[in-house]
Every structure is written in structure tokens, then in C-alpha cells.
Design a protein around this ligand. Structure first.
Ligand SMILES: [Zn+2]
Length: 246
């Protein structure tokens, strides 16, 4: 069946000397893996559109096994992300995480929209950590391992929330926070942000200003949380960790 589908390339690997196998997260058909014949040749029309985090309009022959990309046109190459090594590293992380957590052929228009909004944001703005974290938390929820952030993970109380516990898998209230001595105390504003991240789409966010040190704290918490509950090894994380060392 031949279909025209919009999507974002979330994985691309060489296949033989001249072909590529690409995984496209599409708006209407979910995640699709397809061969792009000849895409490894520089003159190929499919070469540009087969790179990771390209947003494109694809003509794909869908089959039960490996599908085939017939044509592809770039909608956005997210040029400003590509020109910036740090943004490129984070975008690579974002699409790798998406690839790991989305199932084949299961459309999710909400997640798709959030991914395009996040990439657009990264492309246009200098500060992008908050949109990135927002997207990650929604993906964690999709993967079934989001932390409990609306109420105390231990007693269910939804007030006086005090700390975030990786061990307990969510936030703890002031009565329960001693359950995990390594839980990180969070300012009520940051606590509130967790709830916003999980429930609010990026389209509803004009801007959120969060201090750099708090962004860094959340970044570290998310990484540690993912390492405990996420399960899948992420190649792109290594590179990010190396950049952070600079
Ligand atoms: Zn409690």
C-alpha cells in the first residue's frame, strides 16, 4: 500500500554500501521502519531526507515487513539545531528516546505534536531545557514509568510535597520524606513544574523561566530517574555526558 505520510526521522543507519534503513515517527501511522534505497549516495534524492531529526513528507510503500521509501521531501531540516553541537546532541537524544519508547505502527498524534513543537523550540530559541524536560516526562508516561508527581507516592497526600525520590519513584510529602534519605528537597515552585511538565502540552506554554541551577538539578534528576526505570540503553547519552564535562 502506497501512502503519503508526514514524519520525523528518529533513526537512520547504513544498510550495505548504498542504502539506509530509517525509522520514521509519523503523525498518522506511528513508527515505521523503511529502506531508503541509494540514500547513502550523495546524489540521491533521498540522501537529505534520510538524516535523523529531519521532518519530511514521505511517499512510502507500506508492507508487513520492511517498508520502502519511494520519495521524500524535507519539510524542516531544523537547520539551527544542526549548526549547534549541543543542540544537535540533545536532539539526537530526544529522537533516540522517542524511538525506544514508541511502539511500531501505533499512532500517537499528541506525542508527535509535542516532538515537533519541541524541535521547533530548540531550533528557534537559545534556552530549550524546559521544553526538552516537558517532552521527556510525557514520553516516560507513554513508556509507563512516569514518576508520581501529583501526590505523595507513599501516602497519596497532595499537599506539603517536599522531595523527589528516585528510589520511591516520585514525590514525597513532609511526613514521608524520611523514607528516602537520598531524596532531593525541591522548592514548591519546582514541585509544581513537575505537574505542569507531565500534564500540559508545549503549545500552552509561552515561556517558563527557571534558574540555570534548577534546570541543571532537574536534568540530573531526570537522567538518574531514567537510568533506574527507563531500561533501554541510550547511545546519545554518552555524548551528552562528554559535552557536560567540557
Ligand atoms: Zn506522604
Amino acid at each position: 500500500m502506497l501512502r503519503q505520510i508526514e514524519g520525523i526521522v528518529i533513526k537512520s543507519r547504513d544498510y550495505g554500501e548504498t542504502h539506509k534503513i530509517i525509522t520514521i515517527f509519523t503523525k498518522d501511522a506511528g513508527k515505521i521502519t523503511a529502506i531508503a534505497r541509494g540514500a547513502n549516495k550523495t546524489k540521491s534524492k533521498l540522501s537529505a531526507v534520510s538524516q535523523v531529526f529531519i521532518e519530511g513528507d514521505f511517499l512510502i510503500y507500506l508492507s508487513k515487513g520492511l517498508s520502502t521509501v519511494q520519495q521524500g521531501q524535507t519539510i524542516s531540516s531544523y537547520r539551527h539545531i544542526r549548526e549547534d553541537i549541543i543542540k544537535t546532541a540533545y536532539a539526537a537524544y530526544l529522537v533516540e528516546l522517542t524511538d525506544k519508547l514508541m511502539e511500531e505502527r501505533q499512532p500517537d498524534p499528541f506525542i508527535y505534536k509535542q516532538l515537533t513543537l519541541t524541535l521547533n523550540w530548540m531550533n528557534e530559541e537559545e534556552e530549550f531545557m524546559i521544553p526538552l524536560l516537558m517532552y521527556e516526562l510525557k514520553l516516560f508516561a507513554k513508556g509507563g514509568f512516569a514518576p508520581v508527581v501529583d501526590q505523595c507516592v507513599n501516602c497519596g497526600r497532595n499537599e506539603s510535597l517536599k522531595s523527589f525520590s528516585i528510589q520511591e519513584g516520585g514525590v514525597l510529602c513532609e511526613q514521608c520524606f524520611t523514607r528516602d534519605e537520598r531524596a532531593v528537597l525541591l522548592h514548591p515552585k519546582i514541585m509544581k513544574l513537575f505537574q505542569v511538565f507531565l500534564h500540559v502540552g508545549l503549545e500552552r506554554i509561552g515561556s517558563i523561566s527557571v534558574k540555570k541551577e534548577n534546570q541543571q538539578l532537574l536534568r540530573t534528576l531526570f537522567n538518574e530517574y531514567y537510568d533506574v526505570y527507563g531500561g533501554f540503553h541510550l547511545k546519545s547519552r554518552r555524548f551528552l555526558e562528554q559535552i557536560d564535562l567540557l
